[in-house]
Design a binder for this molecule. Structure first.
Ligand SMILES: Nc1nc2c(ncn2[C@@H]2O[C@H](COP(=O)(O)OP(=O)(O)OP(=O)(O)O)[C@@H](O)[C@H]2O)c(=O)[nH]1
Ligand SMILES: [Mg+2]
Length: 474
């Protein structure tokens, strides 16, 4: 039995959301038809892109109404539906829409045909009209049938969480690699939904270039989109092999790689900038970073590591997107240590951290050594309870903004890197400066003494360097 019980409000309670809502136009206001654009590759594709079937709307930002289902099966106790809708609102605003209202329904399961129940559907239609909405966004990925029924019932264009995330990625993609990956994810998402798109077009009577026997047109679009997916897969495989070469070069230099991972907007890029004096884009918006950036970092013991910034995660991250970003995410899979950045000032910091671990598991990177940077400590109104701190592996409280806790963080990273190191004492001849350099960069020097026989170094080195230093061991 459906149990209709929904909340309805026009403004979220999340301070982060209000911060985005306060942003001047330019960031969100300029974007039009936010949830319909698709990324085109920089070079002309062999298969021409599909016609943009989006329905042209006015030049003003879209007025989005949000709809959610609090399904019993997937109910996330750590993340109430209102907060999930707050996050959806933040996503919609980042994509360039204005959120004009929201409602949700508690159900055993989302309705397979209409997403919400029949009664709720009528209420939703009225609410959308009242709010003069022109776009409806569902908090879950909709099936083609659910999308079509919602469109028919409300008369609005209907998007879902996945479409919005894909749209943000499309807007933020800068590099050729990023653009290819987003286009692949969009094409994979669109393929099973093509039939619905065509039906919607035939209801609208089509237009120039859109008329014709529906089925034939649908089939040719399907063929074209499949061909494009195959091309994109090939191009991404080339990018992947280039990245593999880079990674192999790094592996030969044997410099440990630390990958920054975390929920979107947690402060990964800010931390990379602060630690390595770089200028990577860091902004108060979701998915600011899509392309991995690697910088050299010298630890207090003079050991050198590479720090790689990566794309952020979010709850219900579209599976197509994760699959399409395999070239980028390979950086995470092959890192020696993960530096998990958590926005500890967020009301759902722990739930966000768990969502990140879920994605890491899906990527096959859950068994990596992890150091947790509990970031934005400067925003905490009170000291963090010890049990909140200890919920994370190797936790260190920091602020990337004020640089508080950096010494502790670097010390913890060194300790984790040292886990596999072997103790050794060597006396290096004074003409073997390069060896001393390798010891300092890759190992951990605990004592250093200039003797008549040469430079005496006591400390730890990675096991693969034991053979190199064995002739000088004492
Ligand atoms: N107060 C405070 N703000 C911070 C801190 N670290 C980052 N921020 C802010 O948080 C916002 C997001 O920072 P980013 O570094 O872009 O976050 P990110 O994890 O790289 O985000 P994506 O790339 O979008 O996934 C920016 O507005 C930063 O200025 C901090 O320690 N304290
Ligand atoms: Mg970033």
């Amino acid at each position: 039995m459906l149990n209709a019980c929904g909340g309805n409000s026009t403004a979220g309670s999340n301070p982060a959301l209000s911060a985005i809502a306060r942003q001047p136009p330019g960031r969100s206001g300029q974007r039009r038809n936010a949830v319909t654009r698709s990324v085109r590759p920089t070079s002309t594709p062999a298969t021409p892109p599909l016609p943009d079937n989006s329905i042209p709307l006015s030049q003003a930002p879209e007025r989005a109404f949000l709809i959610g289902v609090n399904a019993r099966e997937t109910r996330d106790l750590a993340w109430p539906i209102e907060d999930s809708l707050d996050e959806l609102a933040q996503l919609a605003e980042t994509a360039g829409a204005v959120v004009v209202g929201r409602t949700w329904q508690r159900l055993r399961d989302a309705h397979p045909l209409t997403y919400v129940g029949k009664g709720k559907l009528a209420e939703l239609t009225a609410l959308c009209q009242e709010a003069s909405a022109d776009l409806l966004i569902a908090d879950d990925e909709l099936s083609a049938t659910q999308q079509r029924s919602l469109e028919e019932a409300t008369g609005l264009r209907v998007a879902d969480r996945t479409t919005v995330i894909l749209d943000i990625f499309a807007q933020h993609a800068q590099s050729r690699e990023g653009k290819l990956q987003v286009e692949l994810a969009q094409a994979r998402y669109r393929l099973p939904r093509l039939a619905g798109e065509h039906e919607a077009l035939s209801r609208l009577g089509g237009g120039i270039g859109l008329r014709g026997p529906g089925e034939t047109r649908l089939e040719s679009d399907r063929r074209r989109i499949r061909r494009r997916i195959a091309e994109l897969d090939r191009d991404i495989a080339t990018v992947e092999s280039q990245r593999r070469v880079q990674r192999r070069r790094r592996a030969r230099q044997r410099v440990p790689v630390i990958a920054l991972v975390g929920y979107t907007n947690a402060g990964k890029s800010t931390l990379l900038n602060a630690l390595t004096h770089s200028q990577v884009r860091a902004e108060d918006r979701l998915f600011a970073t899509l392309d991995p950036t690697t910088r050299r970092l010298t630890l207090p013991t003079l050991r050198t590591v590479l720090l790689t910034d990566t794309v952020g995660f979010i709850r219900k991250l579209p599976a197509d997107l994760v699959a399409a970003f395999r070239a980028t995410l390979q950086e995470v899979r092959e890192a020696d240590v993960l530096l998990h950045v958590v926005d500890v000032s967020h009301p759902h910091a722990l739930a966000q951290a768990l969502a990140v671990f879920e994605e890491l598991e899906a990527l096959g990177a859950a068994d990596k050594l992890v150091v947790t940077a509990l970031n934005k400590a400067d925003l905490l109104p009170a000291p963090l309870p010890t049990e909140d701190l200890q919920a994370h592996p190797n936790p260190v409280l920091i602020s990337a903004a004020t640089r508080a806790g950096f010494a502790d963080l670097l010390e913890r990273i060194e300790a984790v890197l040292d886990l596999g190191l072997q103790p050794i004492t060597v006396t290096l001849p004074y003409n073997a400066n390069d060896l001393a350099q390798v010891f300092r960069q890759r190992g951990a020097v605990e004592a250093e003494e200039y003797t008549r026989a040469g430079l005496r170094l006591e400390g730890k080195i990675p096991p693969e360097l034991l053979a190199m230093f064995a002739p000088y061991a004492s």
